[in-house]
Write a protein that binds this ligand. Structure first.
Ligand code: MOS
Length: 697
């Protein structure tokens, strides 16, 4: 058990502290940080998907008025480390994927840089590329582990025997598409080396973690941490795509080193982001469920096939949620990868859980249908007493309560096996469960100082639009026992104490734990009447960490879908989610996280799809004109609720993390609602009308 902080400021819907700056446009993002006389970069990208650059003629580019430098693999500086092939920019003539960085132009304006980049003439020795994912490739391999350090495969009991013996089985293949993160603010950096040229590097970078960002840059350039400062007070969205730096950061730092003393800016264009900023791998999920007539599961299996790049492995942990979600004596999960000539996949909101709760949660709906059991009741019948994966008791698990409260609020009672017709529209409802692990990172330190009658909390945390500026003072105020109005936060700078990445929905859990520890140190040392200048620090690793319980947040997603009987057009007028996420620190910013996640889940269900053209080896629809993301007109009502959940095991705030769970399960609930409306089961995302029309009644 953890000693919980008494909530006073926590739980209040305080307004965003950074709201005014954002509305007024005075919040400075990475490329609009005021600097003297900035120069601008534009990258040169490979136009083949595999092979070698044999020559680059930069004469015409250098002749453009205003061009300051052109760097290519043939003349760029050698980096200290090329261990991470994604970061090894301009270090070799090899092309590993179409769109890879092969050069950069630095110029007085971004327009000149872009014009000159177009004038770089590149010769290639191309080779046949291989970019097609399929489940029957003969070169699929098992990675050593999958993302976040999970085991690649797990097995318990005999799934095949259970399938053979079961009264009812479901055995289907489900697919999620390739998706690209599209935060409003593109990936962007301003870099400045001091005039000595090899001394000190300042980076204003749009990142989910200034300290991890700095560590990666130091590794690549062979610098000590004291030689680099990363500053990032505001981020215009990240969703994981800024959770690790990408090659653009290294390219900007390299470009700036060519012009010591001069700040150099690079903001990726929307199109460039589709090559360089990571993406969610497409997944192919073979799911098996076996159950008795009462719906009690005897087998759950998921065998996942997905892709990675040849130059760097990223293995999405898609099978992970099936390991713990429901009780079943036999279980199997596997992950197999195809290494392709494609850009490097990476994190996108709820890696693992988001795609991995699509197949299994649609399969549960199929099982419910086969058994003629209500899909909520089916889930309730398969509630595990303890975590099926580890055997540990839950720190708290209120999935059933989320399902019941959601059913009540949504108006589920009396729902029959089929929806109804409303004029030309077929109307149905669907449900799916959601889950996300409660994580806390191992490293983070906070400092609290008393100065001029106010408390100042310093930690290198990030606010991606999530609310950290606002909620970290709420945590500090309660831990100190003072009014939140008397607490200031300083975040987003490596000059502040080290902080972990804003990833895995772990930011608040981690930074908050360090802040509570610092507050306890502060009070222990200085009492309640501190002298001016009193200062104390706390580390997350000093904070109590429960190892005896399985800690997860849970939720239930409800969807109403309307499908046009003649055209197959799908509309979702209503999304409703109920979540059990421990203590909610700020209902206003939390609600934004939930409804944002649910909206992104709807987007995944109906619209988003990176259509990969395997002939040329790139995403064909690589802009927001053709990569469709939901907008306000696409969704009417999005309602998010949460239980008043108390969890004494997770951390001193009792918080479970809320950034990602909102996207988990949404797409399955949409597919289940579309099925209820039409009788058509769409197992491959997105749910577009071409998949519905041939089968509509
Ligand atoms: Mo989130 S995908 O863990 O940044």
């Amino acid at each position: 058990m953890t000693e919980l902080v008494e909530p006073r400021a926590m739980g209040r819907a305080l307004v965003r502290r950074d709201g005014v700056q954002k509305v007024r446009g005075t919040a400075t993002y990475a490329v609009d940080t005021p600097v003297d006389l900035p120069a601008y970069c534009h990258p040169v990208q490979a136009t083949i998907a595999r092979g070698r650059v044999t020559a680059m003629d930069t004469t015409d580019a250098e002749a453009v008025d205003g061009v300051l430098a052109v760097l290519t693999p043939f003349d760029a500086e050698r980096l200290a480390s090329t261990e991470d092939a994604e970061y090894a920019v301009l270090q070799s003539d090899e092309v590993a994927f179409r769109g890879q960085l092969i050069g950069v132009v630095i110029a007085e304006t971004s327009e000149v840089a872009r014009e000159a980049a177009d004038r770089v003439r590149v010769s290639y020795a191309g080779q046949p590329h291989d970019t097609e994912l399929s489940a029957d490739r003969d070169d699929l391999y098992a990675p050593g582990q999958v993302n976040a350090g999970h085991e690649t495969d797990t097995a318990e009991g005999d799934v095949a025997a259970a399938m053979a013996a079961a009264a009812v089985t479901v055995e289907q293949t489900y697919e999620t598409a390739m998706y690209h993160n599209n935060p409003l603010e593109p990936h962007a950096t301003t870099a400045l080396w001091d005039a000595a040229g090899d001394g000190f590097l300042t980076l204003w970078d749009s990142t989910q973690g200034v300290h991890p960002d700095r560590a990666a840059v130091c590794q690549v350039f062979g610098l000590a941490e004291g030689q680099v400062q990363v500053i990032c007070p505001y981020v215009g969205g990240g969703f994981g795509s800024k959770g690790t730096p990408h090659a653009n950061v290294m390219l900007t730092a390299m470009a700036a080193r060519a012009l010591p003393g001069r700040a150099v800016r690079l903001a990726l264009t929307r199109q460039q982001m589709f090559f360089l900023a990571g993406y969610r791998t497409p997944t192919i999920q073979q799911v098996q469920l076996a159950a008795d007539r009462d719906g009690r599961l005897s087998a759950i299996a998921i065998d996942v096939v997905e892709q990675t790049s040849k130059i760097k492995e990223f293995a999405e942990q898609t099978g992970v949620p099936a390991r713990m979600m429901y009780a079943s004596p036999s279980r199997r999960t596997t992950h197999r990868l195809a290494a392709l000539d494609v850009p490097v996949p990476s994190w996108m909101r709820a890696p693992g859980e988001c795609p991995g709760m699509f197949g299994p949660e649609v399969a549960m709906d199929e099982l419910a249908e086969a058994l003629a059991i209500d899909p909520i009741e089916l889930r309730i019948r398969n509630e595990p007493e303890v975590d099926p994966e580890t055997g540990k008791p839950w720190s708290s698990r209120h999935l059933v309560e989320c399902l019941r409260e959601g059913a009540e609020r949504f108006g589920w009672a009396g729902r029959g096996p089929r929806g109804h017709r409303d004029g030309d529209w077929l109307v149905g409802t669907g449900v799916a469960a959601s889950v996300y692990p409660t994580l806390r990172q191992a490293t983070s330190t906070a400092t609290i100082r008393f100065a001029g009658g106010r408390y100042v909390v310093e930690i290198g945390a990030a606010d991606l639009g999530t609310g950290s500026w606002t909620i970290l003072p709420q945590i500090a105020a309660d831990a100190l026992g003072v009014d939140v109005a008397d607490v200031d936060a300083r975040i987003g700078d490596t000059r502040h104490p080290v902080a972990s990445v804003a990833g895995g929905s772990s930011g608040t859990n981690t930074w908050g734990s360090a802040i509570v520890q610092a507050a306890r140190e502060f009070r222990g040392t200085f009492g309640t009447d501190p002298h001016d200048g009193a200062e104390a620090s706390g580390d997350v690793d000093q904070a109590a960490q429960d190892e005896d319980h399985a800690a997860y947040a849970f939720g239930a997603q409800f969807v109403e879908a309307r499908v046009h009987a003649d055209t197959g057009e799908v509309r979702v007028p209503r999304l409703l989610g109920v979540f059990a996420v421990g203590r909610v620190i700020n209902p206003r910013t939390a609600r934004s996280q939930f409804i944002g996640g649910m909206t992104m889940g709807l987007s995944m269900a109906l619209h988003e799809n990176s259509v990969f053209d395997t002939r040329i080896g790139q995403v064909a629809n690589h802009d927001l004109a053709e990569y469709h993301v939901v907008s306000n007109a696409d969704v009417d009502a999005v309602e998010a609720y949460w239980l008043d959940e108390h969890d004494p095991y997770v951390n001193a705030m009792g918080s479970k993390g809320i950034g990602e769970i909102g996207i988990v399960g949404t797409a399955a609930a949409v597919s289940n609602a579309v099925h209820h409306a039409t009788g058509v089961r769409v197992r491959s995302l997105p749910i577009t009308l071409d998949k519905l029309l041939p089968a509509l009644p």
